[in-house]
Design a binder for this molecule. Structure first.
Ligand code: EPU
Length: 344
C-alpha cells in the first residue's frame, strides 16, 4: 500500500533530530508501487524536487522545510535465493532496518555482517553508502543490487563490480546519483564464519567479556564498543561519522609525522594512506567544543552532534570551521560523509 502525507514532520525520521517538515512524504511497500510513484514524480509532482530517504541516519537537512517530495521504502522481507556447502545468498528488501538484518543473520549462524552490528539505517542505503566498520565493508558481502531506473521505471540489477565500490563510495553516489532507486540487495554470507578481530579494540573487548569467540559474542563486542564511543541519536542528535577519513599521499603523511610522531594511519596502496579525520580534529582542539547549538562529540571527534535546537546551518558552520582548522594544521582537506539535503 502507498501512504502519502502532506506537510509531514520528519523530525522523528532522521537522526540529527532537527525540526524539518516536508511538503509531501510518501512511503511504498512494493516495486510496482515505486514504479507508479516514479511516474507521478514526472507528471503531477514534477514542479518540485524530490529525494529518496532511507533510515535518515546519514542526512543533514540544510533548512527546516523540504519543498518537495520525500520517498521512503517500506519494502520488507528477505528470501534465501541460493545456497551451497559454504555460503547462503539472501535477497533483502531495501526498507529492512540494517541492524535487524544483522541480528537475524547472526541468529542463523551466518557470518559476515557481525562487525557491522548497530550501524543505523536501512538495507537500501547500505548498498549506496558502502557502510563499513571494524575492518569490514558491506561491499565484501554484496552480490547484487536490484534497482528501478527512475526515468524508465525498468528493473536493473547491478553486479558488485558494476557498483564500483570503494571506501564509503559507490556509483550511486556520483555518476548515477538520483538515477536509480534500490529495491532489494542480495548478500552472500558464510556458513562457517571467518572472524575479523584485528581492527580497533574488538579483541580486547571480547577478552573483557570472557567466553568463546562466536557470531553472537563478536556482535555483542561491536555493540559495546559502538555504544561507548558513539552518541545515541535518541538522546543526542547526530549522523554518525560526519566526515570521511581522507586518503593522502604517503609523502604528505611522512611530512606530518615529523611534527606529529604518533599519527595513526591505515595502508591504502603503495603511494597512499588513510588518516583518521577524528584524530586530526582532536589534535586541532575541537573535541568536545561547540559552536552555537552544534558540537564536536566529546568521545569521538568524527561525530558532530545537535545539542538541542541546532539548525542545519549551525551544523554546516561547525563543519566549515573544523574543515578549515584541519586544512590549516595538516594541509589536508576533509569532506563530509553525511548527505546534505536541500530543496533549493
Ligand atoms: N581517534 C582519535 N580521536 C577521536 C577519534 C578517533 O584520536 O576523537 C583515533 C583513534 O584513536 C584511532 C583512529 O582515530 O587511532 C580511528 O578511530 P576509530 O577506530 O574510532 O574509527 P574512525 O576512523 O574514527 C571509522 C568509521 C566509523 C566506524 C569506525 C570503526 C569512517 C568515516 N568512520 O571511524 O563509522 O564505526 O571506523 O570501524 O570511516 C560511521 O560511518 O558513521 C561510523 C561511525
Amino acid at each position: 500500500m502507498i501512504h502519502a502525507y502532506t506537510d509531514y514532520p520528519l523530525s522523528q525520521l532522521h537522526t540529527f533530530g532537527m525540526e524539518v517538515c516536508a511538503d509531501r512524504y510518501v512511503e511504498y511497500e512494493t516495486v510496482g508501487e515505486l514504479r507508479l510513484l516514479l511516474a507521478r514524480l514526472k507528471s503531477e509532482w514534477a514542479d518540485k524536487p524530490w529525494f529518496h530517504m532511507g533510515g535518515g541516519s546519514n542526512l543533514l537537512f540544510a533548512s527546516s522545510r523540504y519543498e518537495g517530495t520525500v520517498l521512503h521504502s517500506a519494502i520488507k522481507g528477505h528470501e534465501l535465493v541460493a545456497e551451497d556447502e559454504a555460503t547462503v545468498c539472501l535477497r533483502v528488501g531495501a526498507g529492512v532496518v540494517w541492524d535487524d538484518l544483522v541480528g537475524y543473520t547472526v541468529s542463523k549462524g551466518w557470518g559476515g555482517m557481525e562487525n557491522l552490528s548497530l550501524i543505523p539505517g536501512e538495507v537500501g542505503a547500505s548498498a549506496v553508502q558502502n557502510i563499513g566498520a571494524y575492518g569490514v565493508e558491506v561491499k565484501d558481502l554484496i552480490v547484487a543490487v536490484h534497482t528501478l531506473d527512475v526515468d524508465s521505471g525498468k528493473e536493473r540489477v547491478f553486479t558488485n563490480e558494476a557498483c564500483e565500490y570503494a571506501y564509503r563510495h559507490s556509483i550511486f553516489k556520483t555518476e548515477l546519483k538520483g538515477r536509480y532507486v534500490v529495491t532489494h540487495v542480495t548478500y552472500r554470507l558464510q556458513k562457517s564464519p571467518c572472524f575479523k578481530l584485528e581492527y580497533g579494540n574488538i579483541r580486547a573487548q571480547l577478552e573483557l567479556m570472557g567466553g568463546e569467540v562466536s557470531l553472537e559474542s563478536v556482535r555483542s563486542a561491536v555493540i559495546a564498543i559502538r555504544e561507548s564511543k558513539l552518541p545515541d541519536p535518541k538522546k543526542l542528535g547526530n549522523a554518525g561519522s560526519f566526515f570521511m577519513n581522507p586518503v593522502v599521499s604517503r609523502s604528505l603523511m611522512e611530512a606530518i609525522r615529523l611534527r606529529f610522531p604518533d599519527i595513526p594511519y591505515y595502508e591504502v596502496d603503495a603511494d597512499n594512506v588513510k588518516i583518521p579525520a577524528g584524530w586530526m580534529i582532536e589534535q586541532c582542539g575541537w573535541k568536545g567544543r561547540s559552536l552555537g547549538r552544534a558540537a564536536v562529540h566529546d568521545k569521538q571527534a568524527l561525530v558532530l552532534v545537535n545539542l538541542g535546537g541546532a539548525s542545519g546551518a549551525d551544523v554546516m558552520a561547525l563543519s566549515d570551521a573544523v574543515r578549515h582548522s584541519v586544512k590549516e594544521t595538516f594541509g589536508v582537506e576533509i569532506y563530509p560523509e553525511v548527505n546534505v539535503v536541500t530543496s533549493k
